[in-house]
Design a protein around this ligand. Structure first.
Ligand code: G6P
Length: 605
């Protein structure tokens, strides 16, 4: 979803901005643009469509030492060239790129029109450009403060001014913005991946903060014009992490990274002797951990499905009531916040607006919330009282894979810690620790079956509609399987509890509707076999994803997944559904890393 880049320094800004925009493509967008201050004038270029189309439209000799760029995901106004960013003031002096939504834009626009301003777009952002240009304040910073005082909403903005070509002014409220510190050059981005080629020294702006960025430095300040002290931090990110590195798609690259990334996540966090995990980032003492009576997990999309895996792990290992709910629903239903509930926000990006809002709602009502977040320094990570960083590394493909596996592992460690301060015995704790330690090698084994999974996926890609079924531990895996399949293949895929089939959906089963059945080897295996028999008796095709001990039963094909500790089985069962979705989409020749209509992190409502 919308991305921002900016550059000021001694190099030509154009290729740097374009490279940044290419890096932001994965977030999902529908148009793109840049504004460059060349000595005599500010030049603005915008295009509907891909960044490469914008690049092709630029004049050959375009140069400038300061500029801003944007990838837009339409919110106010349709996808048109006029609505793409940067948006400019009537006199062309001020250019603005903006992520977020200005809630009172219509009212402000009407006021400005009454004063004679004319608008070239339907965007809320253009209002901001006009307000800044109309301010009588002597400095760009004061003009921006004047404008911000009039707007309500969320934003990350970057502004350039023809009259002050030595600076970019940026501001943040509810949408991320990062300053990258270089040697006599500075960068701006809404996302680390756009900076990583140039610098690993960054400053995260806080909500309500602004900054003046010049070629040689930056100054951060509050809306009350008080300087804020900010020291750059070093980020642990490699340019290779955000490159395809020889792979055709990021989705497959990220699936294959899982053995190594899972190993990295577990490193130093497992305590074999006491059969527990070390999660210092939670900032909770054993006494605090004991004081909670229930756990509520909040996330969106796939993060919510993994949250269901997490809730089961917590119930099983800690014997505490736990459930997961879509943060997008929770935030709107005036939830009762209980003092003895531990709230857990789960998010790869740490920027999903619905999840961030749910966190704020919990905190506003005095609840305690920890985060399971991948992006270090992201909004949700910073707003939570503590948390577990997922350390999955950057995830570029829109469809999440490795981050989800890391979320599930994070939940297993949280469940272990909550369990060990309650009734989980040391030997059971050690059994789980041993299970966790074995995961990277077992994921490797599953990935070795890729050719066979690809064959099954190619076959499934021909079906218009599919069922994914599972029971108890298998059900969240089935939900995630259906989600992944829908996201990248555009096929209709629906998840059902295997136990619910007979209560309705069985009516749909015939030879054209295949079922993927998730069957761990546990106390429910026989029941699952019964469901498969029923499907098969109605000529339904069944792909079985199961542990070695599970019989083939009436399945037409089978993917075997190594056995883990029974509580951890879902973590491994989810790996084949990732590969299955990927290879089905590949067979269909789709844009796997950037599925239509989807964005990597949904930062607007
Ligand atoms: C979007 C993506 C989903 C993702 C969800 C949550 O809807 O399309 O794939 O699961 O956001 O993202 P998060 O970054 O919060 O995990």
């Amino acid at each position: 979803m919308c991305g921002i880049v900016g550059y000021i320094g001694s190099q030509n800004a154009v290729p740097i901005l374009m490279e940044g925009l290419f890096r932001l493509e994965y977030r999902g967008y529908d148009s793109a643009g840049i504004a460059i201050i060349s000595p005599a004038e500010t030049r603005v270029f915008r295009r509907v469509g891909r960044v490469r189309e914008l690049e092709a439209s630029l004049p050959r000799r375009l140069t400038g030492k300061v500029g801003i760029g944007h990838t837009r995901w339409a919110t106010h106004g349709p996808v048109t060239q006029a609505n793409a960013h940067p948006q400019v003031s009537g006199d062309g002096r001020i250019s603005v790129v903006h992520n977020g939504i200005i809630d009172n834009a219509t009212e402000l626009r009407e006021g400005l029109q009454a004063k004679g301003e004319t608008f070239g777009s339907e965007t809320d952002t253009e209002v901001l450009a006009h307000l800044i240009a109309r301010s009588a304040a002597p400095s760009l910073e004061d003009a921006v403060l004047d404008a911000l005082a009039q707007i309500h909403g969320t934003y990350a903005i970057a502004i350039i001014d023809q009259r002050h070509p030595d600076r970019i002014v940026v501001a943040r409220n509810g949408s991320p913005l990062i300053i990258g510190v270089g040697d006599r050059e500075m960068f701006i981005a809404s996302d680390l991946s756009a900076l990583v080629r140039h610098t690993t020294s960054v400053v995260h702006l806080d909500d309500g903060e602004l900054a003046t960025v010049t070629a040689t430095g930056f100054r951060t300040f509050s809306r009350e014009e008080e300087n804020t002290a900010k020291t750059p931090v070093s980020i642990d990110l490699d340019a290779d992490d955000v490159d395809l590195a020889g792979h055709q798609h990021f989705m497959r690259k990220e699936i294959l990274e899982q053995p190594a990334s899972a190993e990295r996540m577990l490193q130093g966090r497992l305590d074999e002797r006491f059969g527990t995990a070390r999660l210092d980032g939670l900032n909770l003492s054993p006494r605090d951990l004991r004081s909670f009576r229930r756990v509520k997990i909040l996330g969106c999309g796939s993060a919510y499905y993994v949250g269901q895996i997490g809730a089961q792990l917590i119930e099983e290992l800690a014997r505490m009531p736990a459930d997961a709910e879509p943060a997008s629903e929770f935030r709107y239903r005036n939830p009762v916040i209980e003092p003895d509930t531990l709230y857990v926000a789960v998010s790869q990006s740490g920027e999903t607006a619905d999840t961030a809002f749910a966190v704020r709602e919990v905190k506003r009502k005095g609840g305690q919330v920890v985060g399971l977040v991948n992006v270090v320094g992201s909004s949700i990570a910073r707003e939570c009282d503590g948390g577990i960083y997922l350390h999955a590394g950057p995830e570029i493909a829109v469809a999440s894979t490795k981050a989800l596996t890391h979320m599930a592992i994070g939940f297993a460690m949280l469940a272990l810690v909550l369990g060990r301060v309650r009734d989980l015995s040391i030997s059971d704790g050690q059994r789980i620790v041993a299970g966790l330690k074995a995961l990277p090698g077992q994921i490797e084994q599953i990935l070795a079956d890729e050719p066979q999974i690809a064959e099954i996926a190619a076959d499934l890609s021909a079906a218009e509609s599919l069922f994914f079924i599972g029971r108890v531990r298998g059900f969240p895996v089935a939900r995630e399987g259906a989600q992944k399949f829908k996201e990248v293949t555009y096929r209709h895929a629906e998840a059902y509890q295997a136990s619910e089939l007979k209560h309705g959906p069985l009516a749909l089963i015939d030879k054209d509707l295949p079922t993927v059945a998730i069957v761990p080897d546990d106390e429910l295996t026989d029941r699952n076999m019964g469901a498969i028999e029923q499907i098969s008796a109605r000529n339904g095709r069944v792909v079985l994803i199961a542990n070695p001990g599970v019989p083939d039963c009436a399945a037409d094909s089978r993917i075997t997944v190594p056995k883990s500790a029974r509580e951890l089985d879902p973590i491994l069962l989810v790996i084949p559904v990732q590969l299955m979705a990927y290879h089905a989409a590949r067979t269909l020749g789709l844009d796997i890393d950037k599925p239509r209509n989807l964005a990597k992190s949904v930062t607007v409502e």
